[in-house]
Ligand binder design. Structure first.
Ligand code: PRP
Ligand code: ADE
Length: 183
């Protein structure tokens, strides 16, 4: 198997070696994939729940897929429901709301769908938008747009890591920042 360069990071007291992957010529990113890493998910959920303890929100909203276990773990700790914005439409989502995104990792447009049952739940509510990593901000923008369409108010934006241009992410509740690796 190929030997990959890694970037060492400490998140909520746990050290991880994140593998570097090229997203376009001359640009690599350190991939945080929390899927399957239960100790990391639990520790990050605890730390983010603590950092947002004084913030006012009713529902946690995330986009599939890698941040779903984080949203679940935060939901358990904070005793608030969570909503997952989906990337593939299924008939049981009914009259879903939609927003377009273009994340740094996917590199092609994706659609986020808000299920009609979740639309009902969110109307008039205060929302924490949650993601594992916020990089270009495109997924964040898509989530914001869906919350506006749904009549919900975003009162907190949180992520395990921000990435790239740190100055853009002042208002985000986050545990760490990831650099971009440019050649
Ligand atoms: O700020 P951005 O450039 O939009 O990037 C952030 C998004 O990219 C990743 O998702 P990805 O599109 O890789 O989907 P996945 O979790 O389903 O793998 C990550 O989980 C964020 O949701
Ligand atoms: N560094 C990263 N790891 C995982 N998902 C990401 N999405 C954007 N940047 C990412």
């Amino acid at each position: 198997m190929v030997e990959r360069e890694t970037y060492a990071i400490e998140l909520a007291g746990l050290r991880r070696e994140l593998p570097l992957f090229e997203v376009k010529p001359g640009l690599k990113i350190a991939i945080l994939n929390i899927l399957g890493d239960t100790p990391l998910v639990e520790a990050c959920a605890e730390a983010l729940a603590h950092q947002s303890r004084d913030r006012d929100f009713d529902v946690i909203v995330t986009a599939e897929s890698k941040s779903i276990p984080l949203a679940y773990a935060m939901s358990v700790r904070l005793n608030k429901p969570y909503v997952v914005l989906r990337k593939v439409y299924k008939f049981y989502m009914g009259e879903a709301l939609k927003a377009q995104t273009l994340s740094i990792t996917t590199g092609e447009p994706q659609t986020l769908y808000l299920d009609e049952k979740d639309h009902r739940l969110l109307r008039g509510k205060k929302v924490m938008i949650l993601d594992d990593v916020i990089s270009t901000g495109s997924t964040l923008e898509g989530m914001r747009s869906l919350m506006e369409q749904a009549g919900a108010t975003v009162t907190v934006e949180a992520a395990i890591c921000t990435e790239g241009d740190l100055a853009r992410w002042n208002g985000i509740v986050a545990l760490a920042h990831l650099p971009l690796f440019e050649e």
